[in-house]
Design a protein around this ligand. Structure first.
Ligand SMILES: Cc1ncc(COP(=O)(O)O)c(C=O)c1O
Length: 444
């Protein structure tokens, strides 16, 4: 069946947009043409307050001069260097700099170009690790319902967002189980920070172990704070429990920190914020302040040594990307990490978190709001779904925010997600909440 074509500018025809309602977008496009610090500029000249850090990624604000200059210098000096059997200095320097802010013990970095590739790399590393240490039967993965781990076949298999899987269900990875998610409004609605209820949900891993056998499971992968599914904050004690169970059963724990990395919660990584150290961290987005695509799977010395020492001669791990550690991305990453340190961006986010918490919870009495949750500089505002049209109310709020309130926010289903650049001021936090409230008051 063919849906009716909606009239639109033919110049928009050729592009097939990702994760977008293409027909609706092309009928009424939302175009951004430039950006600086906390604002985008739309094609009709409006200043749009960025309440989403682009897509959870522009942590230091837009078009920051030190990063722009570093990219320009790199482009003019070393445009590309092959990363297979060859290298360039900046990729080593960036790996070493990342080691400096990663949790102690996570000290080797495998570069990718995106979060999705970081996740699939991490899953492959987990398999290679167990194979190298003589437990090749550990091949199963455990993800979590509502988890988002990008769009590779590995990522959607361990992920738990049904809409992202249903068209591909016939070809997912064959051996994956899922933990329950931790979202429960009956117990946790309007929690400030980590909810008190829900640590026991990690015990579901024991049931999976009992059914499958610990010796068949390679890794558990979770977002320490689930972002894309609509901001699910881990209950107090939950991640600690997951860590203890993984250790007990010899299972690797992977934290997907593509969103939580680089100060979103006020520390370099969520692992440090929660005081729980996984075996592998995946990162992307904020590593270059989103200027040049880059991701990484970061592992312990034990994992690196085990895989690398299992091969006497020649290539130890048959995996990599043409652009792994690309010179422009590495230059952007080095400049970004310097900027984060020089401006104390992570500390700033931590200091602003209580202001943010008070501001987002002030929306509690706005129309249709059934939950407000927050951590660091992230908030999820859940709306009551319209009968028979789930997701439509939040989408309308998003559209109203863009066209009429001059604010960029994100939506997933009926949840508004807010995650501004970490340079956001107290005034701008107030301004963002006023804009969101206005949109909520307008949308039926
Ligand atoms: C936790 C997590 N993992 C992986 C990804 C995928 O990253 P990318 O879109 O760069 O492939 C995302 C993207 O939002 C994410 O939030």
């Amino acid at each position: 069946m063919t849906a009716p074509t909606i009239a639109h500018d033919p110049a928009l025809d050729a592009l097939w947009m990702p994760f977008t309602a293409n027909k609706a977008f092309k009928a009424k496009p939302r175009l951004l043409v430039s950006a600086k610090d906390m604002h985008y500029q739309s094609d009709d000249g409006r200043q749009i307050l960025d309440g989403a850090a682009g897509l959870w990624c522009v942590n230091a604000g837009h078009c920051r001069a030190p990063i722009v200059d570093a990219i320009a210098r790199s482009a003019a000096t070393l445009d590309f260097a092959p990363g297979f059997q060859m290298a360039h200095p900046a990729s080593f320097q960036l790996a070493d700099k990342l080691k400096g802010i990663l949790p102690t013990g996570i000290d080797h970095v495998f570069f990718t170009n995106s979060g999705s590739e970081a996740v699939d790399s991490a899953l492959k590393i987990a398999l290679a690790y167990h194979q190298s240490r003589g437990e090749p039967q550990r091949t199963r993965f455990v993800g979590r319902l509502r988890g988002y781990h990008g769009v590779g076949f590995g990522g959607i298999s361990v992920g738990g967002i049904e809409t992202n899987k249903k068209a591909f269900a016939s070809q997912l990875l064959p051996s994956v189980d899922h933990l329950p998610h931790t979202h429960d409004l009956e117990h946790n609605a309007f929690s400030k920070g980590q909810p008190a209820w829900g640590a026991h949900l990690a015990d579901a891993l024991e049931a999976i172990v009992a059914e499958r056998g610990a010796g068949t499971i390679a890794a558990v992968i979770v977002e320490p704070m689930a972002g894309s599914t609509g901001v699910l904050i881990p209950p107090k004690g939950y991640l600690e429990k997951l860590r203890a169970l993984c250790t007990k059963h010899g299972i690797l724990l992977i934290f997907d920190e593509v969103i939580t990395g680089f100060g979103r919660l006020g520390s370099p990584f969520a692992a440090q914020f929660f005081g729980v150290t996984p075996d592998i961290i995946t990162l992307a987005k904020g590593v270059t302040n989103a200027t040049v695509p880059m991701g990484a799977a970061c592992v312990t010395g034990t994992i690196y040594d085990t895989v690398v020492n299992a091969t006497e001669k020649g290539i130890e791990f048959f995996h990599g990307y043409t652009y792994s550690g690309h010179p422009l991305a590495a230059a952007a990453g080095l400049a970004t990490l310097d900027l984060y340190a020089n401006e104390g961006i992570f500390e700033r986010a931590a200091a602003m978190a209580p202001v943010w918490e008070a501001a987002v919870h002030s929306l509690r009495d706005a129309p249709h709001v059934i939950d407000v949750r927050n951590l660091g500089l992230v908030a999820g505002i859940e709306l009551e779904a319209r009968v028979g049209a789930p997701g439509s109310r939040a989408y309308d709020v998003f559209v109203d925010c863009f066209f009429h309130q001059n604010a960029l926010i994100r939506v997933t289903g009926d949840i508004l997600a807010l995650s501004p650049p970490l340079i956001v001021s107290e005034d701008q936090i107030g301004e963002l909440m006023a804009k969101v409230r206005k949109a909520l008051e307008k949308v039926a």
